[in-house]
Structures are given as C-alpha cells and as structure tokens.
Design a protein around this ligand. Structure first.
Ligand SMILES: [Fe+2]
Length: 407
C-alpha cells in the first residue's frame, strides 16, 4: 500500500477516534493486525484531535484510507465528526461505532456522513476485523477499477489518434494507387499508337453503363479502373505484333489472346487490385460462352467483365483508326442490340443504349459525337507503314463483325 514519492516513502494511514482508552487501544491493536504492510494506524482521543491529525496527514500528502469513530465522545460526537470528515476529506472510508445504537442514528449517519459501516457496541472483535479487511479490499478494488478506467480512456485517446493517422495513411495509399493505375494505363497507351486514348474511352463508357445499371459509386469506380487496365496484359507483348493492324498469323492471334490472363497475373499479387483481377481476366468472354480464356457463359462472367467487354467493343466499333473507319453511333447501337445475348450481356446493352440515347451524355463524357449514318467518317492521315496501307484498304470500313470485337 505504501508508495514512493521521489526518494520519500508515502505511507497510507487509518485513524481511530475513541475517548475510552481501553476501547481505543483494543481497536488499534486488532486493526493493526489486519492492516496491510506499510499502513500506519493512528489513534485520537477526541474529534478535535482527530481532525488535527487528518489535516496533518493531508499536509504530508498521505492517503487516508479509513476513519473509525466512536459515537459517544465529549466535544464533537462520532457521527458529527464523520460528517465533517465526509465534507472535507473525500474518498475516505468511514465506520461509526455506536454505544447506543438506534435506527434513526444509523440512517442519519449513512445519509449525512457517507458511512460505509455502522457497528453497534459491544462490538465483536472478529466482526471488526472482518469489516476492516473487507472495506480495505473493496477500496483497493475501486482504486484498481478507477485506474483501469483511466488507462482505458488514455488508450482510447491513443486509438483515436492512431485511427486518424491510419485514415490519413489510407488516403495517401489510395491516392498513390490511383496514380499507379493512371501510370500503368499511360504506359500501355504509349505502347500501342493505334489505340491511343482507347482505355480512357472504354473506362468512360464502362462507368456510364455501371451508373445506368444503378450500381453503387464504389463499384462503378472499380469497373472504371478495370476498364482502364483491361488490356494491361499487352504491356509485355512485342511491339511488332501490337502495332500490326491486320493479317496476324495464327500464332500472333494466340499471343494476343493471352493478354487477359497475363493482365490478371500482373495485378494478382497486389492486394489493392483484388477486385479488379477477375474483370480483367474475363473481358473477352462472350455471353454465349464462345469467348476466352475460360469460355464462361452468361452471368458466370463477372459483371465488371461483361460491362468492359461491351464498352471495349463499342469503342472498337465507333473509333476511327488509321487503317479503318469507325461505325456511326446509330449503327453501333444496332450491332449491340443484335448481339445482346450472344456476344454481350443483354442487361448491359439495355443500360448502355438507354444512356446513349440520353441527350448530351456522350458530349458530357468528353467523347466526340459520332457522325450520322449518312455522313461518311473522314479518314485521318495514314499512320501505318506502306505495307499496312497496301494490305488494308484504309478507305474501306471493316465488316461490323470484326469492328465489333474489342481489343
Ligand atoms: Fe482486350
């Protein structure tokens, strides 16, 4: 119970106040016998002397555990003495020994002196010992609980601060992640000069489809990122294959068809991309089960993959490239409707058609309006090699079936 304060040992104390010398010395002896080591048991002959000793203890910053007072004393009676103690020394345990016990006296003392125990005389020595021991233990438990509560509050404050730091770290990580996504997409676009801007456009179309389907913002954002990275597997492919617009050999076609799996393998080890991997791996699956790599069918194909598949094909159909002319918007919509349930997810097509028909959406998303069906798309300057231009008539649009296939 004793504690150190600097180099000084602080001893807690108990005080017995009783006028009768025999009773006082017996009490002191018995209480000292059950007191914990380090506890000093003091005794006073009157309330006045007792108060003086309590003030002195407080001056010395010594804890006062318990005050035991006898009711019958000249000067300040025990009950009144304990009332003063209660008012001036908070947290001190109090016991009143009464030589003329009465219910009224006990009630008054409990209510006004904050009494812990009322003991009528003649008191049983064993009862006094038990009461003192129980009270001291109870007070020790209370102190322990208060300390635990205080530690808990400090811990809570530390946790709150740590959560704030964690939130900041999460935001930094998310920012870093978005930058990584953007860098990967830019790196991919840089490899393929014929599809410049393709991934960004597919991402915009995919978000449009997702929103039109009523998906939550968080899911729409992930689908947009899947779209942005859908062809990331091409990053390891040879430029001579990627930049070859037509007449691919069967081997070259097989190499290109590996890109969804390669893309999934690139992102799989990164936990942040956990929700993206499946969408990337399956963005060339067909709704009727004739796609690749796993020939998944219908809703077995992840929704993000179905949306990206449609957005990818739409961009392939409507964008004009050096070696072929894109389809008009109306024609592309007809193709999507025709292929709903075969190449594309019907729900995705319905959602996309709905949003494409919304006036101004295409402009709002930053995509140039497609030319009308009766207005031929102007060809940009040829960007391919002489061989490419000779092998593919740049002025002639490819058949829809080929245009419709996403990259
Ligand atoms: Fe692809």
């Amino acid at each position: 119970m004793a504690r150190l304060c600097g180099d000084r040992v602080i001893r807690p104390a108990m005080l017995i106040v009783a006028h009768d010398e025999t009773a006082r010395s017996q009490l002191k002896e018995r209480i000292a016998a059950v007191s914990p080591p380090g506890m000093e048991v003091l005794a006073a002959t009157s309330g006045e002397e007792g108060l003086g000793m309590l003030y002195a203890l407080r001056e010395q910053n010594r804890p006062i555990e318990l005050v035991i007072a006898s009711q019958g004393m000249p000067g300040i009676p025990g009950g009144r003495f304990l009332e003063i103690v209660n008012a001036q020394f908070s947290g001190v345990g109090k016991i009143l020994l009464s030589d003329k016990p009465s219910l009224d006296e006990a009630i008054y003392a409990f209510n006004n002196a904050g009494l812990d125990k009322y003991i009528p005389t003649p008191w049983d020595p064993e009862d006094v010992k038990f009461t003192i021991t129980a009270l001291l233990r109870q007070r020790e438990m209370k102190k322990l609980n208060e300390k635990l509560l205080s530690d808990l509050q400090v811990r809570n404050q530390q946790l709150t601060a740590a959560l704030g730091n964690l939130e900041q770290a999460r935001n930094d990580l998310e920012h870093s992640y978005i930058q990584t996504v953007e860098s990967l997409a830019v790196a991919l676009e840089a490899k393929d000069r014929y599809t410049s801007g393709h991934s960004q456009r597919v991402a915009r179309f995919a978000r449009l489809i997702g929103r039109s389907m009523g998906l939550q913002n968080q899911d729409v954002e992930i689908i947009g990122q899947v779209a942005l990275l859908h062809d990331i597997g091409k990053i390891g492919m040879l430029d001579k294959i990627l930049n070859k617009p037509a007449n691919l050999t069967p081997e070259e076609r097989e190499a290109i068809k590996a890109h969804p799996v390669v893309g999934a393998q690139i992102l799989a080890p990164v936990a942040t991309f956990a929700k993206h991997v499946e969408g990337i791996k399956h963005h060339h699956e067909m709704y009727d089960g004739t796609g690749y790599p796993d020939r998944l069918k219908g809703t077995d194909i992840p929704l993000s993959a179905r949306i990206v598949c449609l957005a990818d094909a739409f961009d392939a159909m409507t964008s004009t490239r050096p070696y072929r002319v894109g389809l008009p918007l109306e024609f592309a919509m007809q193709e999507m409707k025709k292929m709903a349930g075969r190449q594309f997810c019907p729900d995705c097509v319905e959602a996309f058609i709905r949003v494409l028909k919304s006036k101004g959406v295409v402009e709002e998303e930053g995509t140039a309006p497609a030319p009308a069906a009766d207005q031929p798309t102007a060809l940009p300057a040829a960007g391919g090699t002489a061989d490419q231009n000779s092998s593919q008539d740049a002025a002639a649009p490819l058949p829809p079936s080929e245009l419709r296939t996403g990259t």
